[in-house]
Write a protein that binds this ligand. Structure first.
Ligand SMILES: Cc1cc2nc3c(=O)[nH]c(=O)nc-3n(C[C@H](O)[C@H](O)[C@H](O)COP(=O)(O)O)c2cc1C
Length: 306
């Protein structure tokens, strides 16, 4: 068999393969560790953290849709200190990159969390400015370039040598505007997309299915939107992109990388099949071998637009 280098580099962080799991769809890895060795993954984006623990939103908070799900979980998590004390040591047993994902109610909160996480030794901090399911902060920061830049600057100041990746929302008119603002503010990488705002209604009760009325759409249905946005953003900035949104097989990941992503995240697909990230990795490897590549990273940005 020919040699294929599956490693990729994301903002100075080298991963053994380009497949990470998306925040909020893998918890802190404990449940999935019963299925396979988490060291097989390129990286793990942990469940979104807030400064203090949160119960999340009332249910129902998950609804199925054609080729996807709507969720309004609302950042249920034990808080950053509990993560550092109980979850990070568990994740650190594995030979994989650990990416902490954070949401704040103010730029200051983002700063405090970055300082704690950088001190605790995570490999990267993913700054979520794009959660559609929380009232304060969240999406508000991700839809206004000046606020997105402010949060990025504060995160950078408090993260020391740990790279900062900012997670962008697709719920904007022009995602490249936010991407450029965040790059200028010093972000080391970008991740996209978070979920697309959506709604389902029970026609007899006339009630929305989700208690929060609306939620975020993810899964295979969003893949073409995500690929388009990864392509636009990759052409607009110089920093690397982690592509996600609807990736469930190797071909999806290859599309993301050709559109410009340095690495890909698998989210909703993990719910249907816990092994999905490993299948995506193996599928990607098979595609790269079939195409005669020597390194999977040669896919990145390889699309030939008409
Ligand atoms: C149930 C659920 C919870 C999520 N929680 C978070 C979160 O805490 N932080 C975050 O940045 N993104 C969160 N996301 C968004 C995913 O990380 C990802 O960006 C999105 O689902 C698109 O990828 P996918 O189609 O592969 O799921 C969540 C998604 C789902 C479905």
């Amino acid at each position: 068999m020919r040699d294929l280098d599956m490693s990729v580099c994301l903002a100075g962080m080298t991963m053994k393969n380009p497949v990470v799991v998306a925040s909020g769809t893998f918890g802190f890895g404990r449940e999935y560790s019963e299925f396979y060795d988490l060291s097989e993954l390129g990286g793990i984006c942990a469940k979104g953290l807030t400064l203090h623990g949160r119960e999340g939103n009332p249910g129902p908070r998950i609804a199925e849709t054609p080729m996807g799900i709507l969720n309004s979980v609302g950042l249920q998590n034990p808080g950053v200190d509990a993560f550092i004390a109980h979850e990070l040591p568990f994740l650190r047993q594995y030979d994989t990159k650990v990416i902490a994902n954070i949401s704040g109610n103010s730029p200051e909160e983002y700063g405090v969390m970055c300082e704690k996480l950088a001190g605790a030794g995570v490999d990267m901090i993913e700054v979520n400015i794009s959660c559609p399911n929380v009232k304060a902060g969240g999406l508000a920061y991700g839809t206004r370039p000046e606020l997105a830049a402010e949060v990025t600057e504060v995160a950078k100041v408090h993260s020391g040598p740990v790279p900062v990746m900012v997670k962008l929302s697709p719920n904007v008119t022009d995602i490249t505007e936010i991407a450029r603002a965040v790059e200028s503010a010093g972000a080391d990488a970008l991740s996209l997309i978070n979920t697309l705002r959506g709604m389902r209604i029970d026609i007899d009760s006339r009630r929305p299915i989700l208690k929060m009325n609306t939620g975020g759409l993810s899964g295979p249905a969003v893949l073409p939107v995500a690929v388009r946005m990864v392509w636009e953003v990759s052409n607009a900035v110089k920093i690397p992109v982690l592509g996600m949104g609807g990736v469930s097989k190797g071909e999806d990941a290859a599309q993301m990388m050709l559109a410009g992503a340095a690495a890909v995240a698998v989210g909703t697909a993990c719910f249907a099949d816990p092994f999905a990230p490993l299948k995506v990795r193996d599928g990607l490897e098979a595609i790269a071998l079939r195409q005669g590549l020597s390194a999977v990273s040669q896919l990145t940005g390889g699309v030939k637009p008409w």
